[in-house]
Design a protein. Structure first.
Lengths: 142, 92
């Protein structure tokens, strides 16, 4: 059962303040991820303090990097159930976990960060991994 | 909401994905809940049996593609627990 919306509102705002676009319906997800071109990071948000409390600040830090995905979108696991389920269909090779992050390039998952790769790590460490992935997959090709 | 925790006061590994090596041939990978006199309580648990192939390959798959849960909740009896470590440390 989803948490009280008022309780999770700050977690949503933390994402939108860093420039992520919220996808709250399956149609939103299809609109963003269907026929996706360029680079896009999909952040699966979560109320879990064990990992999400570090994942959001990590992404915020990583998005200050010179090289970054052209779009950042977010779905909220346990809150926007249809949107999250639909988003996960776009990276179905990966088992669901939240929080998690999928970096897509032209519709293909090129990098995935699972919950277990966030747990117990400082935001700076997670951000460093993300920035390395951005350098590898989001840099303009000549 | 940085650092916001909904479940403070738990054991250090609470919420962390761990590899639990059990006596016999089984290895469990799942989210640690707690440990008490009965054993270790895990959630969303994947299971590897030595008869089904390489344990290392199984752990590498878990790391790359995530854990395919066979049990939503599992209690591994205390008498069967050999070791517990974080998945990220096990595959390092």
């Amino acid at each position: 059962m989803p948490y009280n919306p008022a309780l999770v509102a700050p977690m949503r705002e933390e994402m939108t303040r860093m420039g992520a676009r919220e996808l709250t319906t399956a149609a939103d997800v299809d609109g963003a991820l269907g026929d996706q071109r360029g680079t896009m990071l999909v952040f699966v948000n979560s109320v879990c303090g064990c990992a999400a409390g570090n994942a959001r600040p990590a992404l915020k830090l990583a998005l200050q990097h010179a090289v970054r995905p052209s779009q950042v979108v977010t779905v909220f696991a346990g809150q926007d159930l249809d949107a999250t389920a639909r988003a996960r269909q776009y990276f179905a090779d990966y088992q669901p976990s939240s929080p998690s992050m999928a970096l897509l390039r032209d519709g293909e998952v090129v990098h995935f960060v699972h919950r277990h790769q966030i747990e117990g790590r400082a935001p700076q460490a997670v951000a460093a991994d993300l920035m390395a992935a951005f350098d590898r997959h989001c840099a303009a090709t000549v | 909401m940085t650092g916001h925790v909904f479940h403070p006061g738990h054991q250090e590994l609470h919420g962390v994905t761990v590899v639990l090596e059990a006596r016999g041939s089984r290895t469990y990978v799942g989210r640690f809940d707690n440990q008490d006199e009965r054993g270790v309580h895990l959630h969303d648990v994947g299971v590897h049996d030595a008869a089904s192939g390489s344990r290392e390959d199984f752990l590498q798959r878990c790391d790359r593609f995530g854990i395919r849960p066979e049990h939503r909740d599992l209690l591994v009896p205390a008498s069967e627990v050999v070791s517990i470590q974080r998945l990220v440390d096990a595959v390092r």
